[in-house]
Design a binder for this molecule. Structure first.
Ligand code: HEM
Length: 434
């Protein structure tokens, strides 16, 4: 009870805003709220007044606190509570589906030490810059195909639909060894798993469905993934190639091959983590450049400016908007006592807009230095695909800058409604080919 009394509880309206996917489509209002919270209640108890539809949690908004939590993987665990903010009903369903775990599938993000590192090591080398050089040409070919599609639009196109969404999907599917004709199915499956709250992502068939139906659909998606990748595993065991699927299919931990559930979890996390995220930062980079024709011209002339643009786009968009942790013991965050078992949201959007670390944080500043943002997280779980994401963006923008002379906005961009992975869902552009 003493701990309960010391919990600075968010007022109901702010609590609703923080958990409502629509707020994430109205970015500026949300950033205003995070500014207020960072200053007034940087570690705030969110207990929505909705009869338990959403479970309560701590909202952490300051950069320093999120960084400390990310790096202290012994105190702030990825278990037992789920690492993505979910409805209470969804959590109950996941438990029933998985046989007790709040995580629908077992994957890198659902493991803690010591097993986490054993799993991570299996593919870590594959995602390092040295190995990624072997797939650069393949990625460049995919970038050219994406720009061909854009140019085919005759000078106007929605950048998200023609380039930002399909390009990273195609790259990650190539890496996993999924043939092109199966990509739409994979996209549908990942949207069913992660895009459920956006009414416009209706390809996933989730529009207007009640929460329990959405949860059922997600469970179906997991099963479909499993069936799909079981076949791929069998193929890669019979004849291994250099792709990630082969690495996973033939992996051994403590002398044993991975069991089916863990192997599927590996494929699923790569397939799901690798595209919407990079799509959002790619679209954000293009938005910033389309709004600033001089910057487009400058970077066309001087490609050394590109890495700064890529990094700032990743901070400025922060596609993964949060991850959750569970306190392993009674502890504190930013001086606020936290009880063992409490659930905490590390809000990367808020952290990456903390003025204590980023001057004028809402400004897109390609020359920002240092730019030690938290968009990829930090610590043991820091994004496995961060070099790949940067490489994909660099290659795509090199291709775009080569082939497009001028670019400008041709309409209002719109953001998706999602508390987890979010970003632009439309970006109408007008451009002239080079
Ligand atoms: C984990 C962001 C692209 C694979 C993460 C985490 C974040 C993140 C915030 C959690 C970090 C933490 O808990 O400390 C992003 C962003 C991306 C991106 C913003 C694009 C701009 C990718 C790509 C892949 C990928 C392209 C691979 C295909 C993963 C995996 C994990 C992860 C496997 C789990 C790592 C672990 O738990 O050990 N990512 N990601 N991500 N990401 Fe990414």
């Amino acid at each position: 009870m003493a701990t309960q009394e010391r919990r600075p509880r968010l007022d109901p309206a702010t609590a609703r805003q923080v958990i409502d996917p629509s707020s994430y489509a109205e970015w500026d209002g949300l950033l205003d709220t995070f500014d207020r919270l960072r200053a007034e209640t940087p570690v705030a108890w969110v207990e929505p007044e909705d009869g338990g539809v959403h479970p309560p949690f701590w909202l952490v908004t300051r950069y320093d606190d999120v960084m400390r939590m990310s790096k202290d993987n012994a105190t702030f665990l990825n278990n037992p509570h789920t690492v993505v903010f979910s409805l209470t009903e969804g959590i109950e369903f996941a438990k029933a589906f998985s046989g007790g775990s709040e995580h629908m599938v077992a994957s890198l993000v659902t493991f803690d030490a010591p097993i986490h590192m054993k799993y991570r090591k299996l593919t870590q080398e594959w995602f390092m810059p040295k190995n990624l050089r072997t797939v650069e040409d393949e990625i460049r070919a995919i970038a050219h195909a994406a720009v061909d599609r854009l140019l085919a639009g005759g000078g106007e196109a929605d950048f998200v639909k023609t380039v930002a969404a399909p390009y990273p999907l195609h790259v990650v599917m190539q890496i996993l060894g999924v043939p092109e004709e199966d990509e739409p199915r994979m996209l549908m499956l990942t949207q069913q798993m992660f895009g459920g709250s956006d009414e416009d992502l209706n390809q996933s068939g989730m529009k207007d469905l009640p929460p329990e139906a959405i949860t059922q659909l997600v469970a179906g998606a997991v099963k479909d993934f499993e069936a799909y990748f079981a076949k791929l595993t069998a193929e890669r065991r019979a004849s291994p190639t250099a792709d990630v699927a082969s690495t996973i299919a033939n992996a051994v931990i403590d002398g044993e091959p991975l069991n089916d559930r863990d192997m599927m979890g590996y494929y699923i996390i790569l397939a799901a983590a690798g595209h919407d995220t990079t799509s959002a930062s790619t679209a954000g980079a293009m938005l910033a450049l389309a709004r600033d024709p001089e910057q487009w011209a400058r970077v066309r002339a001087d490609r050394s400016l590109l890495p700064g643009i890529v990094e700032e786009a990743i901070r400025w968009t922060t596609p993964v908007q949060h991850f959750m942790r569970t306190a392993a013991e009674d502890t504190e965050v930013g001086g606020q006592p936290i009880a063992k078992g409490d659930w905490l949201m590390m809000n990367y959007v808020a952290a990456n807009h903390d003025p204590a670390h980023f001057e004028n944080p809402r400004r897109f500043d390609a020359a920002r230095s240092p730019n030690r943002h938290l968009a990829f997280g930090a610590g043991a779980h820091q994004c496995l695909g961060l070099h790949l994401a940067r490489l994909e963006m660099r290659i795509l923008f090199e291709t775009l800058l080569d082939r497009i002379e001028t670019v400008e906005l041709a309409g209002e961009p719109a953001r998706s409604r999602s508390t987890f992975v979010g970003g632009l869902k439309t970006l109408p552009l007008r451009f002239t080919p080079a």
